[in-house]
Ligand binder design. Structure first.
Ligand SMILES: O=P(O)(O)OC[C@H]1O[C@H](OP(=O)(O)OP(=O)(O)O)[C@H](O)[C@@H]1O
Ligand SMILES: O=c1cc[nH]c(=O)[nH]1
Length: 173
């Protein structure tokens, strides 16, 4: 199982993503940052620390469960996570945050789920890892930590210190 990113690389990437977002958005008043449950939230929590420091205030931040919006949710029993989103998304720019983008189906479900909270003026996507091949939905990231060329049989595994004891990205297979 090959290590693709270690803890130092992940920390640097998260800082860089935060700077890129702030460069594109000098003001954060009309932005809502949303981590996709469950694993996107580890990345979004880290990004919020950087963004709060760069903006000098608490940015609007929520977490979105997409379980019942997945296109395969009827095929197996799934345990939902929690949504924490105590603001309207009407006319806000939403920056969706997830750890991995692969087929694009999770992001599609997230787009569907967030429409329950209003009509955003714009939605952009930030991901730590973009597995750029085998996309099944026409979705691309706007902010990418690292793009990885993978084949179908492989799997990208993102470990987070708070869950797995270590920050790292590994490629299985
Ligand atoms: O672009 P996609 O193919 O949807 O994959 C991306 C999603 O996969 C992982 O979640 P999880 O393992 O819960 O989802 P999965 O079962 O769809 O792989 C990851 O945290 C992303 O949310
Ligand atoms: O390789 C993959 C594909 C989807 N989701 C992951 O977390 N890893």
């Amino acid at each position: 199982m090959k290590q693709v990113l270690n803890d130092k690389a992940i920390a640097l990437i998260i800082k860089r993503l935060a700077y890129q977002i702030v460069e594109d958005h000098p003001h954060c008043d009309d932005i809502v940052f949303i981590g996709v449950q469950p694993r996107g939230v580890h990345l979004s929590d880290r990004l919020m620390v950087e963004l709060n420091a760069l903006y000098g205030k608490q940015v609007a931040y929520g977490m979105l469960d997409i379980t019942f919006y997945r296109d395969d949710f009827r095929k197996e029993i799934m345990v939902p996570n929690q949504t924490h989103l105590d603001m309207s998304l009407e006319n806000k720019e939403v920056i969706l945050i997830d750890d991995v983008l692969y087929t694009g189906r999770t992001t599609r479900a997230a787009l569907d789920a967030l429409l329950d909270f209003g009509r955003p003026s714009k939605v952009t996507l930030c991901t730590l890892i973009d597995r750029q091949f085998n996309r099944e939905i026409p979705i691309q990231p706007d902010y990418t930590g690292k793009t990885i060329d993978t084949i179908f049989s492989q799997k990208v595994v993102v470990h987070w210190k708070e869950n797995d004891g270590v920050d790292e990205v590994r490629l299985l297979g």
